[in-house]
Structure formats: C-alpha cells, structure tokens
Design a binder for this molecule. Structure first.
Ligand code: ARG
Length: 569
C-alpha cells in the first residue's frame, strides 16, 4: 500500500524523487487521521505556495483511487485512508503467494559461515557461551530463511598451552575414575590446583610449556590424554545442545588447524609482515592503532590468533563464503579487529566480509552468576532450572495438558532463549526468574501462550490450521475484515518479510523477537474484541483465516529464534 501511495505521489510531484517521497510519507499517530499522511512543507519552496494550499490541490488532483477510501487535505498534510478490504486482500495475497511467508531468494547461491558457541574443552559451558549459542543459532535460522547456505561452525577451544598445564596437573594429581565420573568439574579443579601450586613452584610452568610443545610435536601419550579430555568435555557440551535442540555442521575446533599454523607463519614471512619482538613473531599494527598481533610465541608454539588466521584461510577455500560471522562476547573485539586486519594486509580483499558480532554480559537478579570457587554458573543448570520451574507453574495451574514434560521443556527453554534475544544483543542480559517466566509479561511463554490460544480456537472451530493455509482466499470475505482490530493485525502480518530482512542485515535477532511480541499483542487484542466463532459463516470464516495466518507466523517467528510452540499449554 505504501508503495502504491508513493507512486501515486511521485507521478504528481516531479520536484521530489521516489525515495524522498517514500522517506517523507508518514504514518499518522492516530488512525482517524488516515493510514498515511504526506506533509507538504517540503514543497512550499518549489511551488511558492502555502503548504495547506498545496495539500488541497494535491488531494484534488489525486481524486478517487480504487485502493483508497479517501484522500483528504488536513492543514499542511494530505491524509490517505486506504480501502480496508482492498488492503486486507492485498496482505493475504502477499501471504499466500509463497508456501513460506517471509522467505526470500536474496541469498541464493551464497554461503555464510557462522562461528558460534565454541566452548572451551575442560572448562564449563557457562552462560556467556549460552548467549553466543542462542544468537548464532537464530542467525543461522534467519539467513537460511533468506536462502543463504549456512555453515554452522563450532570452533571449540581444544588446543593451546592450557593443555600442557592440564596434562602436567593430571599426571600429578588426577585420577581416571574421578575424571570419568565428575567430568569437566574435575578437570577444572586440577587446573585450578595447577595455578595454585605454580605460584609456589614456578618450574611447573616450564613443565607445562614443555608438555604442550611435546603435544604439538605428536607425543603419543599426551595426544591420548588430550583426546580423552576433549571427548569428556564434548559429551557434556552435546548434552546442552540436546536440551537446546541445536546442532552444528562442523565441530572444527582450534586443534583442527594445528598443522596449518606453520603455513600461516610462512605466508606472513613471505609477505614481509613479520617482525621479531622479544623472541616472539608478531605482525605490527601500530599504524592502525592496535597492539601487535602475536602469531608465534618465543618457544615457537602457535596461539589463538594463529589458529584463527588458519581457520579463515581454510574456510574461504572450503566454503567460499560471502560472509564469515563470529559471535562472541564484546571482550574479543580487539582480537577480531587484529586478525581481520592481518588478513587484509595479506592482500585478501574478502577481509571486509569477516564480521565480528559481539554481545553484552549476563547477570542474575538476586544472585551470583559465579559459584564459590569463582566459576561462572553452568548453562546446563540454568536450563534445567528453567524447565523445572516451568514444570511447577504448569502443575500449579492444574492445566489438563497431556505431555507436561515436553511442554515444560519447550516453555522453560523458550523463556531463556526469548529473554536472551528480546533486547539488542549488545545490551546486557539479566536473568530474573520472575520476569522471565511470567506468562503475562514480555516473555517467550506469553508468545507461546498466544500461539496455543490460536491453536485452541481452531480446534474448537474444527479447522486444521496448517491444512487451511491453501484455502484462505476462498474462506475470506475481505469486507468482513475492516474493523480496527483486524486491520491492526493485518498491518503487523504485512510487516513480517521486511522484519526478517532487516534482522539479517543488522545481525539482530531481537528484531524478530520484538516482532513476535507485536504480533502476539495484535492477535490478543483482535481475539478479545472480535468474537471468532460466530453464527455468521462468512464472518466466522474470514476471522478464522486471520487466526490461521497469525498462528502460523507466530510459530515461524519463534522458530527463527530457536523456540518451539506447544499446541496447548
Ligand atoms: N573459545 C572461545 C571462547 O570461549 C571462542 C571462540 C570464538 N571463535 C573464534 N574463531 N575465535 O571465548
């Protein structure tokens, strides 16, 4: 509709370009002032007339249009009232045009790599890793909807000098049984002990360095120990991905690049980018106001940055990405700026397609996120707590739903995901149990509840919402959808495709989360004010088709966030 009005104006206002008109066209604060309003101030100079006069003339010139109810001048504005049933029909046409409303072919043929989650072996999967996992997964869904091929990459922290320490610690104080039974918890404990004891006995550090060098050089015993630490950790990580219902295409962690780092160092040398600094090899970046990027330590061992450089070259070669995204906390901003710059200095113009996607911190209301020994809360505990709390809320409400465990799971996990994605990612996230699980608040459960309500309405009417999607146009008499609430709902429905596109271009899943909330609000107002199961068949069918559309878009938008929708709750 907006486009049609813009074109209408453009053909009558040669003084302004189409995009200028598009920019000036407003949505009035009150619907009784029209659906769109065009301010004529901008034309006063060119026309040498008062804006109110211009508005009068313009309105008269536009006259009657079949998709407009009326065009009225009001002061310096021309107000447009769209023909409501024509509008309803247009929205439904758009909706039924494709089998997957909101999808587009924008990404056809292009690959996007998303590097996210990436927890560290022998360290707990904490709430910060939960954020990258949730955001990365949502970006994967959003880009897939826009027809990009997405490679989901888990860049596990499974290599580095810390494994030298762990090997030394394990050989001194570890036991196979304890690690088998306590997993990461035990590995973290011996690691902490290593640091304590190394304060007393600095020679431990040398032993650890030597152990890592041996590991890098292929010491069989160490290799086996390391592999075991990775397996133990991965088992715990997979348990979390399982709760979240998320998966990856590649678990190519840092160790995957261990044989490629020397090539990277070679390439940097050939290009004259390396400088020796206190025995280490670095790429100087002071010209770009950054500290040097270290690529090899004094003892020759590789580091985090070297493995990331190798990973970029590998991914470009293997996937020929059009973009490679990195979802990590803000504290790694400098690291990524450095390695992206090094790639640029190596002469690769695709450096501009490497994007760091940072996010804010996590805190817990009324509690501490760190445990006694300073470790951050386990994501798994948090998820399980959300599920358990939801379970007891369901129990309390005494609802008759059958699969309580599955519903508690989807709603509990959904609450955490929604809470994470509802605000711009750079904002900090607060876990406030009461807020997060409030079925009437701005929460995941509220939107899920709205979905269940829509499903229940359809069940009562005896309509299968998914099957009805193909019959919507036959079912609908558009003149029955011209009331205020239907119209408001249609306006939200119309926006979905553009919201997805914008969320993708800004790497901002919160736009989809906000949208799902707007849709839930608009649907609930419609539900409250417009009875659906009425005797008038045409009215009932037309309203039912609005329910069918709303329900399916709520489900789809939550799916883009990684959230499931129970049919009843
Ligand atoms: N393992 C790192 C951490 O926990 C995140 C890795 C991010 N990805 C990367 N390619 N550096 O902080």
């Amino acid at each position: 509709m907006k486009e049609k009005i813009v074109n209408l104006l453009a053909s009558r206002i040669p003084a302004l370009s189409v995009s200028e008109i598009d920019q000036y066209l407003e949505i009035p604060p009150k619907t009784d002032m029209g659906d769109y309003a065009f301010p004529c101030f901008k034309l006063a100079k060119a026309y040498r007339k008062a804006p109110a006069v211009i508005a009068q003339e313009l309105a008269a010139e536009i006259g009657e249009q079949d998709f407009l109810e009326s065009v009225n001048p009001l002061g310096p504005y021309v107000n447009f009232f769209v023909n409501k049933s024509a509008y309803a029909e247009m929205v439904m046409d758009k909706y039924t045009e494709s089998a997957d409303y909101g999808a587009s072919s924008e990404g056809n043929g292009q690959t996007i790599c998303i590097d996210y989650s990436s927890p560290n072996v022998a360290k707990n999967f904490h709430v910060g890793h939960l954020r990258t996992t949730i955001i990365g997964n949502s970006l994967y869904k959003i880009f897939t909807k826009l027809s990009y091929k997405v490679e989901r990459i888990n860049h596990l922290g499974d290599w580095g000098t810390q494994f030298g320490k762990l090997i030394v610690a394990y050989k001194k104080w570890g036991s196979r049984e304890a690690v088998e039974s306590r997993g990461i918890e035990e590995l973290m404990e011996i690691y902490v002990r290593f640091h304590k004891e190394a304060d007393e006995d600095p020679s431990l550090e040398d032993q650890a360095r030597a152990a890592f060098t041996e590991l890098e050089n292929g010491n069989k015993e160490y290799e086996e120990l390391w592999k075991w630490f990775v397996d133990i950790s991965l088992k715990e990580f997979l348990r979390i991905y399982d709760i979240l219902g998320m998966s990856f295409d590649h678990f190519t962690g840092e160790s995957f690049y261990r044989d490629q780092t020397s090539t990277v160092v070679e390439m940097l040398k050939e290009r004259g980018l390396l400088t020796e600094s206190e025995g280490a090899l670095v790429v100087m970046l002071d010209e770009y106001d950054m500290p040097p990027c270290i690529v090899a330590k004094k003892d020759g061992s590789s580091i985090y940055a070297t493995r990331d450089l190798a990973a970029i070259l590998y991914r470009k070669k293997s996937y020929d990405f059009s973009k490679c995204l990195y979802v990590t906390g803000l504290e790694q901003k400098l690291h990524f700026a450095q390695i992206f710059k090094v790639i640029e200095l190596m002469g690769y113009d695709y450096a501009s397609n490497l994007v760091h996607i940072p996010y804010g911190l996590v805190s817990l209301k009324g509690g501490k996120l760190s445990t006694r020994n300073g470790n951050v809360i386990y994501a798994e505990d948090l998820l399980n707590e959300a599920i358990a709390k939801t379970r007891s809320i369901i129990e309390e409400k005494g609802s008759g739903i059958e699969d309580k465990d599955k519903v508690a799971h989807d709603v509990g996990v959904g609450a955490i995901l929604f809470n994470d994605l509802y605000n711009q990612r750079i904002k900090d996230v607060v876990f406030d149990w009461e807020k997060l699980l409030n079925f009437d608040g701005e929460t995941g459960p509220y939107v899920q509840y709205t979905y269940a309500r829509a499903s229940s309405v359809l069940r009562k009417i005896g309509i299968d919402g998914d099957a009805a999607a193909s019959r919507l146009k036959e079912m609908t008499d558009f003149s029955k959808l011209t009331d205020e609430y239907s119209l408001a709902l249609l306006k939200v429905i119309e926006k979905y495709p553009s919201v997805i596109k914008e969320a993708a271009s800004r790497y901002e899943p919160s736009m989809v989360a906000r949208y799902s909330m707007d849709l839930a609000h608009a649907f609930n107002a419609f539900y409250r004010e417009c009875q659906i199961n009425v005797p008038d068949e045409a009215l009932r069918n037309s309203r039912t088709s609005l329910v069918v559309m709303s329900r399916s878009i709520i489900r789809d938008s939550l799916a883009l966030l990684g959230i499931n929708c129970p049919e009843a709750m």
